[in-house]
Design a binder for this molecule. Structure first.
Ligand code: SF4
Length: 314
């Protein structure tokens, strides 16, 4: 089941306690020590490119409408309000997609009619927050950008500096222990004195992970649920990434985003396994030129399907 929902530990997605980050664009890095929300260094660079986007998130995704926005839509006394109401169905309520699985409010210029008519305050939570995700811990929340958005993918994967996020000074004992392990994993993954292959070798040894052959790995990904058949074609490619920095940024992003999956059971190996498999796969199917696109597809196919993600962590 695919969804564009963010991750929330201990609270249901978009349920009670869902946070709205104010001034997202200005609080980050060092300043984040004072805040309950922290962000990677690149976070403020993101701005939706809307009509310039070649793979708009307004195509192909079924968008659930949160309760507050649903109420707002019921109360809109305008032709757009009427149009919105006629394009909602089901439980939970969601927008009915049009031809080519396009959002009914995506105009020919790639712009959103709801924003044009009523401002972005009239967007439902999912549309408003995409491509951001958040991981909630005991004492703070991490917020990041998801790779399934082509602009976010460009920003994240074109970073030259190693991935970095500053955790708060004050953390719970469990958080302190938990992120110490994450830091050690990132240190290996970003150790530029070693080839990326060697860094992966260090981690497989440390976490006693056996990686299958590339062919078996491709078969494993082919057996997952599919969102778009373009991914099937992508999996058949034999690229061979030369620029190791791409794999490093991709791997570090995955560690950052999915470390939360180990929060409950502190089973770090399952996240490391998923990350190494994913790096190995991208290293095989992508080239330096196609990497961003492959990473974007990977993200849609894997990161937004709880079933697929769980299978890769087995
Ligand atoms: S995929 Fe990203 S850049 Fe493209 S329309 Fe969606 S949020 Fe904007």
């Amino acid at each position: 089941m695919w969804s564009q929902k963010t991750y929330h530990l201990n609270t249901p997605p978009f349920g009670e306690g869902f946070f709205i980050a104010i001034c997202w664009s200005s609080w980050y890095d060092g300043v984040g020590d004072f805040m309950k929300e922290i962000f990677p260094r690149y976070y403020p660079k993101f701005k939706c490119i809307a009509g310039e986007c070649r793979h708009s998130c307004c195509i192909g995704w079924e968008i659930d409408i949160d309760a507050d926005t649903y109420e707002l839509y019921q109360s809109l006394n305008s032709p757009m309000g009427e149009k919105i109401r006629t394009h909602i169905e089901g439980e939970p309520p969601h927008f009915v997609l049009g031809e080519g699985k396009r959002c009914p409010f995506l105009d020919e210029d790639g712009l959103c009619e709801i924003i044009r008519e009523h401002g972005d305050g009239a967007l439902c939570d999912i549309c408003y927050l995409h491509p951001r995700f958040s991981n909630e811990y005991d004492t703070f929340t991490e917020t990041g950008l998801g790779l399934c958005c082509e602009e976010a993918s460009r920003i994240i994967l074109s970073e030259e500096a190693p991935f970095f996020i500053r955790h708060p000074l004050w953390m719970s004992r469990k958080e302190r222990r938990f992120f110490k392990v994450q830091k050690a994993v990132l240190k290996v993954l970003q150790d530029r004195k070693l080839t990326f292959q060697k860094r992966m070798g260090v981690l497989t040894e440390k976490y006693r992970i056996t990686l299958s052959t590339e062919e078996a790995l491709v078969a494993e990904f082919l057996a997952l649920e599919r969102l778009d058949e373009a991914w099937t074609e992508a999996l058949a490619c034999q690229g061979g990434v030369k620029k190791e920095l791409l794999l490093e940024q991709f791997g570090a992003y995955l560690i950052f985003r999915h470390w939360a999956e180990a929060w409950t059971d502190e089973d770090y190996a399952k996240v490391v396994r998923m990350v190494l498999k994913s790096c190995r796969l991208l290293g095989r199917i992508a080239t330096d030129e196609t990497f961003l696109d492959m990473a974007r597809m990977y993200s849609s196919e894997v990161e937004y399907s709880t079933e697929n993600l769980a299978k890769l962590m087995e």
